[in-house]
Design a binder for this molecule. Sequence first.
Ligand SMILES: Cc1cc2nc3c(=O)[nH]c(=O)nc-3n(C[C@H](O)[C@H](O)[C@H](O)COP(=O)(O)O)c2cc1C
Ligand code: SF4
Ligand code: FES
Length: 585
Amino acid sequence: MLDEFSVEVSGHSERRYIAGMEQIVHLRRPIGRPKGRGVDPAARERLAQLLTGLAPQRELLIECLHRIQDAEHHLSAPMLAALAETLRMSQAEVFEVATFYHHFDVVGAGQTPPLPLTVRVCDSLSCALQGAEALAERLESALQGRARVQRVPCIGRCAQAPAVVVDRHPVAPASEQRVLDAVAQDLRDCEPPAVTDLAVAVNAGSYARLLRCLRGEIDRESVFDQLDRAGLRGLGGAGFPTGRKWRTVASQPGPRLMAVNADEGEPGTFKDRHWLETAPHRVLEGVLIAAWAVGAKGCWIYLRDEYAGVRALLEPLVAAIGPWLETVWPDSVDSPRPALHLSRGAGAYVCGEESAMIESIEGRRGTPRLRPPYVAQVGLFGRPTLVNNPETLYWASVILEKGAPWYAAQGRRGRTGLRSFSVSGRVRDPGVKLAPAGISLRELIDEHCGGMAAGHVLFGYLPGGASGGILPASLADEPLDFDTLAPHGAFVGSCAVIVLSQFDRARDAAANLMRFFRHESCGQCTPCRAGTARAQQLIGAPLWDAPLLAELSQAMRDASICGLGQAAPNPVDSVLRFFPDEVSR
Ligand SMILES: Cc1cc2nc3c(=O)[nH]c(=O)nc-3n(C[C@H](O)[C@H](O)[C@H](O)COP(=O)(O)O)c2cc1C
Ligand code: SF4
Ligand code: FES
């Protein structure tokens, strides 16, 4: 990493060298001597130890904060002051980034640091259905004085609800006893799943499609064409046609960059973790093919902090890929050999929004940017950037192997392709279910999930996690795919299906989801910041003020900057539309 980055600062501009590219960035205010409190020499020395091997670059601010938080379990004012000095930033900037992310505990002068051990109990919908709240209460009293118990949003283990993490060690499904055992046994880490070594995988043919591209046996246009013919659409939620996106980025002036969005924070979604854990070489081949196709000089994989096991799995692979690529990929202007980086999130759902993710990779607060310009034109470090979800890249590799007609033929009811549904809630066998696009919920439950859980009868479902609305059982025969649920005010997004039964109420689900959106709103725009707070208050009443809520939803939809605020009213609107008996006399 040391060779990849360097920054020279003078007056109002910053000259950056990123992955060998020079870039002048004009700053809003001149950089001078960092302002704020004086730096404690002991903190300076401690920081130097903790940052060993890490370049003192602004882009690495979040990684620097992780190093301190991991070692000290909080961020003290003296350490933040020392960090600001090291990175030549103002203390205010360091402070505003550190306080933005949920996984950093900033402790001011005179404040008591949290206990060194944090136990996180997921209280998002799938876990709430399985008694997360009662579990959190029991753990709070059982662990008093030994650990801090935090209620947190979805940690991507919804099929094993309720899910808990002890430091980085997942306990799922969790019971009070299992969590107490993990604490007593000092289990703190997440063991990475077994993975084939890069060299072994290459020999076994795992990167065969990439090598064909590099040898000139496949050209870029035919790759774009195959993705178009396959009908592959982005699986991060928005469903944008992948071939068209790759072509657009490839046509932008170079140098171009790429980012892989492995933030996977949508409550109910865990399919990216599945693919990264079970088929990392396939995903990485997709990443490299995409980088080759758009001519990206650098690629950042942005991984959510909750996926410590995936991080442990990817770190050695990413480190091994650079030297291997040097042997098979001649670096040229037409086909730059990409430098691969792994970027660690810090607990903020909004960073899954692509422009917020880019801000976060650059070491800033994860606040979404206004568009246009789109990230395909002005993205990471101001360069045209391809952003894709890991599953999209997985399928790109498979399509190049099996052919576009094979993928296109997989759908049901005229839809194309396969989808990895993350199914949780009241079914007998939850998990990642690979099923044809256009399958109905009833078929998904019967054919892939072993039916409803014992004693449960289908009452409703969420087709697309927290954002995609709530539908009644009467719509269980609708095809699940992009666009098709729009007439019902719903969408599949990243295909996170949460199934509700006669023991659940849609209004409780909506209340859980609105609390999530309020917690995760970045606060940048008023319709979302104030709207989620007001909506949460309004839906707490036994009877809902439907006209006022409708007006509020419209304002949020029309005036929020990003998809978080625009989609936040969906569950409330669904309750008013499909479950009015729950909220009116
Ligand atoms: C609030 C919010 C959260 C998002 N979270 C994710 C995420 O965790 N992973 C993801 O791939 N896309 C997420 N997206 C969608 C991305 O902005 C973007 O469309 C996607 O990463 C593009 O990749 P694709 O074309 O392969 O789907 C999110 C969007 C919004 C508005
Ligand atoms: S809609 Fe919400 S999350 Fe998105 S930019 Fe506005 S305040 Fe931030
Ligand atoms: S892990 Fe709890 S809802 Fe996803």
